[in-house]
Design a protein around this ligand. Structure first.
Ligand code: NAD
Length: 495
């Protein structure tokens, strides 16, 4: 019997108003159903927004250090339950266990880091241009925040958003991705166990058009914090513009690794394997374009091929697995479609390029790690986000050409350069058009206390992580206090 999970609205676990549900499927074994979840619509969203709106005046008046204590306790529960949550995460979305542990750890890191903001949330003081007058700035909460998350970091990404939202005094409606609703349930349960008053965060499950879009359009939602594809992010931004709503968007990537002729090739290959095939390539920061100096491209491709062919596919819970499944059947077909496109465009398939159905893998959605060589910048496989275990190797003649090719992308999230030449490294740092640049490390591996985000169609100018994240979840209030006891006029009384 499939376990039935619910929405959390106004302090109660409830079904969708329309009574319908959807199943949560283990991508490594589609006969393993983790549970059924409410397929919510605008009625559930309306109720959730109403509930968290009602709780906002009280929550904003809880002193920030007290709000932060709840987050610290949340972090402690996550530490205690890390292994159990990691196992469940692998079952729900497929990535190998050590990466799921990393996802839970990232949530812990973010929660502890942001909880520290409870005793900071710094504003500024500055002199006034008039005597007997004091000037300062404060951060104030926005109100109701809508959190819309993807499935690839089902615990980390929601905490990147909910932790700063809550410490700042906002209340939130959280819509997890439809492929990972159970991690959403666990996170909300843990927040409640840590002492979060019911009603401060409400949870609404469901699909994008049915549950996400009504949250985006709702006039009482002050901010939408969205992570997902650039296509959906664009729709979200348009809908928010119509409501004059603040929107923070973290979207897709097509992240380049530059491998120069002087690079440590083994290190660059290791970085490509980790960045290209970790999480089966389903990371916004995945290394999907490898721009290799033509003097070393053959050697690099040979070594990459050897390592890629050695990767073992399987259930992420098995210790011998290197690469888990991809998230669902639609995505599996999409990835395979790109392999066909690559072949048609004339790229050279070095390995993979097929749906993997050996042994136990036939029960799930597995795709063989795929490497294309002789890729050119015009090919679709070097331009479009595939979000699967597919790596394109492009030969380049110089650092300048590599930078030009890297930057000719609609995305601009992460980037990396492998070189032993300090001059080349600094040139790349300066010129690569991306929110993040790594030197002699892969394109993945962000740390929570540094800003995270991208340019062009990857972002809309905000940064999550770091202290910069608080700019998304707070409004600046400027305060003047005149203690002169008389009318003083700025810009006029200037004797
Ligand atoms: P997606 O855009 O399909 O869905 C993301 C979320 O938006 C889901 O919760 C979905 O239900 C919801 N949604 C879909 N349509 C909606 C609509 N019309 N209105 C409101 N909400 C809607 O993305 P995905 O497949 O879940 O995730 C993969 C994408 O996310 C990739 O493009 C990846 O690069 C990106 N991503 C970006 C980052 C980042 O920080 N930049 C991190 C992780 C993933």
């Amino acid at each position: 019997m499939t376990e039935r999970f619910q929405n959390f609205i106004d302090g109660k676990w409830v079904d969708a108003a329309n009574g319908t549900t959807f199943d949560d499927i283990n991508p490594a074994n589609k006969t393993d159903i983790l549970g059924s979840f409410p397929r919510s619509d605008h009625r559930d969203v309306d109720r959730a927004v109403e509930a968290v709106k009602a709780h906002f005046p009280k929550w904003r008046r809880v002193p920030a250090p007290r709000r932060a204590e709840i987050l610290f306790r949340t972090g402690e529960i996550l530490v205690r339950r890390k292994e159990e949550l990691a196992q469940l995460m692998t079952r729900e979305m497929g990535k190998v266990l050590k990466e799921s542990r990393g996802d839970v750890q990232e949530a812990i890191d973010m929660i502890y880091y942001i909880a520290g903001e409870g005793r900071r949330l710094w504003g500024e003081t500055t002199p006034s241009e008039l005597p007997d007058k004091f000037a300062m700035t404060l951060r104030v909460p926005l109100g109701v925040v809508g959190v819309i998350a993807p499935w690839n970091f089902p615990l980390a990404i929601p905490t990147w958003k909910l932790a700063p939202a809550l410490v700042a005094g906002n209340t939130a409606v959280f819509k997890p991705a439809e492929d990972t609703p159970l991690m959403g349930v666990r996170l909300v349960e843990i927040l409640l166990e840590a002492g979060l008053p019911p009603g401060v965060v409400n949870l609404v499950h469901g699909f994008g058009e049915e549950a996400g879009a009504p949250l985006v359009r709702h006039p009482d939602v002050a901010l939408i914090s969205f992570t997902g594809s650039s296509e959906v992010g664009r729709e979200v931004a348009i809908a928010c513009a119509a409501e004059h709503k603040r929107v923070s968007l973290e979207m897709g990537g097509k992240n380049p690794i530059l491998v120069m002729e002087d690079a440590d090739l083994d290190l660059a290959v290791d970085g490509t394997i980790w960045g290209g095939f970790g999480t089966s390539g389903q990371r916004c920061t995945a290394s999907s374009r490898i721009l290799v100096h033509k003097k070393v491209v053959k050697e690099f491709a040979d070594r990459l091929l050897t390592k890629a062919q050695g990767l073992r596919l399987g259930d992420g819970l098995s210790p011998s697995t290197d690469v888990g499944p991809v998230i669902n059947e639609t995505q599996l077909k999409r990835i395979h479609g790109y392999s066909k496109i690559g072949l048609k465009e004339g790229a050279k398939l070095l390995c993979g390029g097929e749906i993997y159905r050996e042994g136990e893998c036939k029960k799930g959605f597995f795709y063989s790690p795929t490497v294309f060589a002789d890729v050119t910048p015009k090919m679709r496989i070097s331009k479009e986000e595939i979000f699967g275990p597919t790596v394109a190797v492009l030969p380049v003649a110089s650092l300048d050409e590599a930078i030009e090719v890297a930057n000719a992308s609609r995305y601009g999230l992460s980037s990396a350069i492998y070189t032993r030449d300090i001059n080349k490294a600094f040139r790349a740092i300066e010129m690569l058009g991306a929110g993040i640049t790594y030197v002699n490390a892969s394109t993945i591996g962000a740390e929570v206390h540094l800003p995270f985000g991208g340019i062009r169609q990857t972002g809309n100018g905000h940064r999550e992580g770091g202290r910069q994240v608080m700019d998304i979840f707070t409004e600046w209030k400027t305060v003047y206090i005149d203690y002169s006891g008389k009318l003083q006029r700025a810009q006029i009384d200037v004797s």
